[in-house]
Ligand binder design. Sequence first.
Ligand SMILES: C[S@@+](CC[C@H](N)C(=O)[O-])C[C@H]1O[C@@H](n2cnc3c(N)ncnc32)[C@H](O)[C@@H]1O
Length: 308
Amino acid sequence: MTDTEQADDSTDGGDPQEAIDAQGDRRREGLDDRIFEHNAGDDQEGIPFVGAGPGNPRLLTVAGKELLEEAELVVHAGSLVNSELLDEYCAHAKLVNSVGKDLEELIPLMRDAYEDGDDVVRLHSGDPAIYGAALEQMDALEHEGVPTYFVPGVTSAFAASATLRTQLTLNEVSNHVAFTRPQGKTLTAEEDHISDFVGMGDVTTCIYLGTHAVRDTMDRLLDDGHDPETPVAVIYHASWPDEDVIVGSIDDIADRVEEAGYRASALVVIGDAVTGAGYERSYLYGDWANRGTESTDANETETQPGDD
Ligand SMILES: C[S@@+](CC[C@H](N)C(=O)[O-])C[C@H]1O[C@@H](n2cnc3c(N)ncnc32)[C@H](O)[C@@H]1O
């Protein structure tokens, strides 16, 4: 799959959109009872939408691994799901690559297998909740009477921060994280908020689906007057054997990425958290840890500052 594609899958409209609208109406009426009956990570009835993680099979969750090992049909999200992971955990399953298939093809495929009694897994790259186009498939399946649920995965931004040996949030450097994508087929120029996030100064901006657009994005940031020295990292295939890290700044990262030849499958991280330099020790392991013993009530503990 390439960055210029919308996401893991796209729809051609038609019946699936009606199903999506009908599920939307149901959501407006009230929350699904299953929200209160299950926790994330529980085994549930139906087709699990599993996050494969960023690539390295070791970064698949235990729940995801168990589901894949039992699956008879695995519909996976193409080249961003590492074939090593498929070889390791799905040896006995029928594998179907979802790239190039629309909802009209995917939904009956999964529904029929499920109704025939097969264990079906829909495998997305990273976490299905981030640019995964999972919900539209789930809604279309639910509309046809096939229950579905999420099994989370490690999103590529978290693999990228591990590779960079940094945190996406760092005391006095970055208080927020934005998961975003650049303008293109899906987003208009007005919907592209990368410059706004960078302008906030204390946000780590993680750009998905933007490898092909690094030069355009950096040019826009320069046009908008952002500091050309702002650190930027581009992590290609985070956690894969051919992982590559390119570190530079708004000013020069596009040249470096073009030189490396990457047009897809990388995460772009902008902000001072890239280097991890200049942060202050946290309140959690400072004043708060030394606060004395009189206020150790559990509820109070939970509402104390986070472990940044
Ligand atoms: C359709 S989005 C899917 C994102 C995925 N759901 C996730 O949570 O990582 C695809 C984009 O995710 C990013 N991506 C996915 N896997 C990656 C990896 N291992 N290393 C770097 N970027 C990755 C790239 O920006 C790619 O264009």
